[in-house]
Unconditional design. Structure first.
Length: 115
């Protein structure tokens, strides 16, 4: 049990870093599209379509990565809760922090689908 918690603590740090990187890519891509690519589309000329397609592709992949990382985090936290308290999977997956992580994953999927 102790080894599992130590490994999970290390993986949580890595997972949090990856989640922050994915969030930065999503937010940066949205700001780029809204603040730069949109207003400067006339000046971009023929390269606009290619630039917007590449930006959209990066945004979709970033949203997918963000959703996957949130799901991994939710299952990891549920596994720790299950180990620590001898709960079943149904009860562990019903914890508020697990539901919040899954809601964040759903929001990332919806954001990627709307692009």
């Amino acid at each position: 049990m102790s080894l599992f918690l130590e490994i999970f603590a290390f993986l949580t740090v890595l997972l949090r870093g990856a989640t922050l990187a994915a969030q930065a890519l999503v937010l940066g891509g949205l700001v780029f599209e809204a603040a730069l690519a949109g207003p400067l589309s006339v000046a971009m000329g023929a390269g606009r379509a290619r630039t917007m397609a590449a930006t959209d592709r990066l945004l979709r992949w970033s949203c997918a990565a963000l959703a996957g990382l949130h799901v991994l985090g939710a299952f990891g936290k549920a596994a720790v809760l299950r180990q620590a308290s001898d709960l079943g999977w149904a009860h562990a997956m019903g914890a508020t922090f697990v539901i919040a992580s899954l809601a964040a994953a759903a929001a990332a999927i919806a954001m990627g689908a709307l692009l």
